[in-house]
Design a protein around this ligand. Structure first.
Ligand code: 3PG
Length: 221
């Protein structure tokens, strides 16, 4: 066999695959201003049948919210989102995150996510980014921001060229268009803030959150 000039084989890598944790059609993306809202919020989602939540690292209360949910609410999978730098990975893991989500994925962040003890949904918005992340061991990617990036048409167009990659589109996904995303075979779940928007949390409208969670949980997975 001709070996001259061959590169050494890359050692087989471990997959960072969140699929077993994403058992719901919708991942509610939640931004918490007051840590005290975290537990009632998680209970409201569970009451509607949604047993997964992504808490974004966009507020000073975020990590305390994650800790509170993990300590007090059983049976809910807690992702930490808006992870933008390696230090965020450290903080999220220390708080007990079950999985990590990034809006985009520079190479140093991809490395930190790959090294983390829990799986990740790294963000991408282009075909090249998706291919790079898949090659680094991430078989499920967040497409963000989904609607501006091309939405359902983008995802439909990559089914054949990227048959092994699945996506969780987020950003502009809502109760009106979620079903058309979920109808695509390369969509594992969708994410979005419409189930538990900041205004509903601020107003203490947990009944409304439960009602929207119930509709979201009933979507096809
Ligand atoms: C995210 O971080 O995934 C988005 O901010 C959620 O997008 P949406 O508010 O448009 O649902």
């Amino acid at each position: 066999m001709r070996r001259i000039g061959r590169k050494p084989q890359i050692a087989s890598m471990q997959l960072s695959d969140p699929t077993p944790l994403i058992t719901m059609p919708v991942i509610p993306v939640v931004t918490i201003e007051r840590a005290a809202d975290a537990v009632p919020l998680a209970r409201a989602l569970l009451a509607g049948g949604l047993s997964v939540v992504e808490i974004t690292l966009r507020t000073p209360a975020a990590l305390e919210a994650v800790r509170a949910i993990i300590a007090e609410v059983e049976d809910i999978i807690v992702g930490v989102g808006t992870v933008v730098k390696p230090l965020d990975v450290t903080h999220a893991i220390d708080a007990g995150a079950d999985f990590l989500v990034s809006p985009g994925t520079p190479i140093n962040l991809a490395q930190a996510l790959a090294d983390a003890p829990v799986p990740a949904l790294p963000g991408c918005a282009t075909v090249s980014e998706a291919m790079t992340l898949a090659a680094l061991g991430f078989p499920v990617l967040k497409l963000f921001p989904a609607e501006p990036a091309g939405g359902v048409r983008w995802l439909n167009a990559v089914i054949e060229p990227l048959p092994d990659i699945r996506f969780c589109p987020t950003g502009g996904v809502n109760g009106d268009n979620a079903a058309s995303y979920l109808a695509l075979r390369n969509v594992l779940a969708v994410g979005g803030s419409w189930v538990a928007p900041p205004a509903a949390i601020a107003a203490g409208d947990f009944a409304g959150i439960t009602a929207r969670a119930r509709v979201a949980a009933a979507l096809r997975h």
